[in-house]
Write a protein that binds this ligand. Structure first.
Ligand code: SF4
Ligand code: SF4
Length: 217
């Protein structure tokens, strides 16, 4: 496989506008989710078969007593060696494919033949979701239909703060490392999350567990 593509998600620049969340639904024709107010800004509560991108909101108090409010624009990480694809082997050969040029991991309709619980458990980031009626599994596609037509993913296109970037993997990796070095001057805990293992590379400025329990593998 070529080195493929990658996405940077710099959480230090995210304003939680949810533009990416909405753009994902618009481009992929995904319906809205009925939600209810539970006392936080988290809306909807979780990823689902028709919510593939979700801005997670995390509130807490740091060791120094200061409150924090962290945003984590979650999606499939498009693992370099995807365990979800391996977990479907033996059940279906076509339920999940890894695009040779880009490295994008895409679920297909035959994913309904794979045991959902096993596929979900195989994912280090708890990403796959299942349509309860059709049993087909869904998640972010890296906008494979856009990126193979020389367009950038819809979520990246929509981001108004520059928190997201898309490009060749080596270029994005270099961008990520440079940004982490800059952030470390202000935030000593700044880091990239599993950059060697995933194509969607998050940058955080604090312990990843403070953002979301599955932020890092
Ligand atoms: S993050 Fe999960 S669903 Fe996405 S490619 Fe990796 S294992 Fe598969
Ligand atoms: S890359 Fe495309 S499918 Fe994936 S989260 Fe972004 S908009 Fe949604």
């Amino acid at each position: 496989m070529s080195k493929g593509k990658s996405i940077m998600v710099d959480t230090s620049r995210c304003s939680a506008c949810r533009g990416c969340q909405v753009a994902c639904k618009q481009w992929n024709g995904l319906p809205g989710t009925k939600t209810k107010q539970i006392g936080t800004y988290q809306n909807p509560q979780d990823l689902s078969d028709n919510t593939w991108k979700l801005v997670r909101f995390a509130e807490g108090v740091k060791e120094n007593g200061k409150p924090y409010w962290y945003f984590f624009s979650e999606q499939c990480r498009h693992c370099v060696e995807p365990p979800c694809v391996s977990s479907m082997e033996g059940f279906t050969k076509t339920g999940a494919v890894q695009d040779k040029q880009t490295g994008a991991v895409v679920f297909k309709s035959d994913s309904k033949k794979a045991p959902f619980d096993e596929v979900r458990a195989a994912c280090p980031y708890n990403i796959p979701r299942q349509d309860p009626k059709s049993k087909v599994l869904f998640k972010c596609t890296m906008c494979i239909d856009r990126i193979t037509n020389n367009k950038i993913p819809a979520c990246v296109q929509s981001c108004p703060t520059g928190a997201m970037a898309f490009g060749d993997r080596d270029v994005i990796l270099e961008m990520v490392m440079k940004r982490v070095e800059v952030l470390k001057k202000t935030y000593p805990k700044a880091m990239a999350l599993n950059p060697e293992d995933v194509r969607v590379i998050y940058i955080v400025t604090d312990d990843p567990k403070k953002y979301h329990e599955n932020a890092a593998a």
